[in-house]
Design a protein around this ligand. Structure first.
Ligand code: ZN
Length: 137
């Protein structure tokens, strides 16, 4: 794995959290994006070579809504950047980690993503991210 690509934080109130994190980090989000398949609004802040992702649930049955209900607001996941997500998923499976999907999914911020079950990683939800390279035609 190459680096911590971002840290995901579950928030109740997206617009207030965006204002707060803009103040905290000294700059606003460079991108906000809805991921309908996951039932979330996301925003991304740059912090040096890494990022902070804020996540707000847009429906009651989204994973973020369930997380906040159980644990309250706070750090939701840590995302690691990888070059080849399929190979990395295979490596982790061989090592006995439980993955939340069999194939990478399209996530926010132009990424292919896959999550590792927190039970396999000391209570931390781990995200693998691989940038989607633009296909040249
Ligand atoms: Zn993420």
């Amino acid at each position: 794995m190459k680096q911590v690509e971002h840290i995901g934080i579950a928030v109740r109130n997206f617009s207030e959290a965006n204002k707060l994190y803009s103040k905290l980090l000294g700059a606003g989000p460079y991108k906000t994006e809805s991921v309908e398949s996951e039932g979330v609004n996301t925003s991304f802040f740059r912090v040096g070579g890494s990022k902070i992702e804020l996540l707000e649930a847009t429906s009651e049955d989204s994973a973020i809504a369930r997380f906040i209900e159980k644990k309250g607001e706070g750090i939701h996941h840590i995302a690691f950047e990888v070059d080849d997500i399929v190979a990395e998923m295979e490596r982790l499976k061989q090592e006995g980690f439980v993955l939340l999907s069999d194939a990478p999914k399209k996530g926010a911020d132009n990424k292919l993503v896959c999550f590792v079950h927190p039970k396999s990683a000391n209570g931390v939800l781990v995200e693998l991210t691989q940038e989607i390279k633009e296909v040249e035609e």
